[in-house]
Ligand binder design. Structure first.
Ligand SMILES: [Zn+2]
Length: 253
């Protein structure tokens, strides 16, 4: 390895640029291998390919050997990512988790705890809770921590909406070209049903903190009937079921 310290302006600029590439794509890299792992283990590759080998070559443009090596190498970092598919861990969460995971392999638990403690104190490893992030609903109202999990999972519902849109589109196109594969379907009725399901899912995408329990359904006797203990309301419910006075109060804050 070159032992000379890079000092030119070009070196510094290049270094900053490379650091930005790492910062921008670090988490994405973990997610890629988590996805590849799931596709392999669930045999999802059979949906499109005849074999795992074909998937590696066709979809990843890698040899199966290379892919398997990458999977093994990334094994240690996949776990913390796949447990949070929607948001993924922050980089600081990842760091602490990774250090803990590495350390936990050591036989002496007391020693391990000590190393975790040191790692957590190290300036190179940010603490998990540097600051409590304030998350606000679409009306700018802070969302209580306990129900933030549903807010963070909004994309799951959006993905379902998109998936149904894809099905509707496919059926409409099949109908347009009179594709006989779909001959037994009652196209108009089926599309109307799908549109209804899509609308219902869309309506339930979290929009605002519940106006009855204020995002604390556990504090309501028997739970909150309006938000069904989610602590959040979809836009449809908010528009239709929340009294004007309460909307005005919320808007003032
Ligand atoms: Zn409620």
């Amino acid at each position: 390895m070159n032992s000379e310290k890079p000092v030119s302006t070009f070196d510094r600029l290049r270094y900053q640029k490379l650091k930005k590439v790492i910062a921008d794509h670090l988490e994405a890299g973990f997610k890629v291998w988590s996805a590849v792992k799931e596709i392999k283990e669930s045999k999802f590759y059979l949906i499109e390919y005849q074999s795992w080998e074909d998937f590696c070559r066709g979809s990843l443009k890698l040899t199966p050997q290379h892919t398997n090596k990458m999977l093994i190498a990334s094994e240690a970092i996949i776990d913390p990512v796949e447990s949070q598919v929607v948001d993924g861990p922050s980089k600081s969460e990842y760091n602490v988790h990774f250090v803990s995971k590495q350390v936990s392999k050591q036989p002496d638990q007391k020693k391990s705890n000590k190393v975790i403690e040191i790692a957590a104190k190290s300036s190179n490893v940010p603490k998990i809770v540097d600051a409590v992030e304030v998350i606000k609903d679409d009306l700018g109202h802070p969302i209580p921590v306990k129900v933030q999990q549903y807010w963070r999972r909004k994309d799951e519902l959006k993905e379902l909406v998109n998936a149904i849109s894809g099905v509707i589109k496919a059926i409409k196109e099949a109908n347009e070209i009179q594709d006989l594969l779909f001959a037994e379907m009652e196209i108009t009725g089926n599309i109307a049903d799908l549109e209804k399901v899509r609308a219902n899912i869309k309506f339930s995408i979290p929009y605002a903190v519940c106006s009855v329990c204020q995002g604390h359904p556990e504090a309501q006797k028997g739970g909150c009937r309006l938000c069904k203990n989610r602590g959040l309301l979809g836009k449809f419910l908010w528009d239709r079921c929340v009294p004007v006075e309460i909307k005005a109060l919320r808007a003032k804050k």
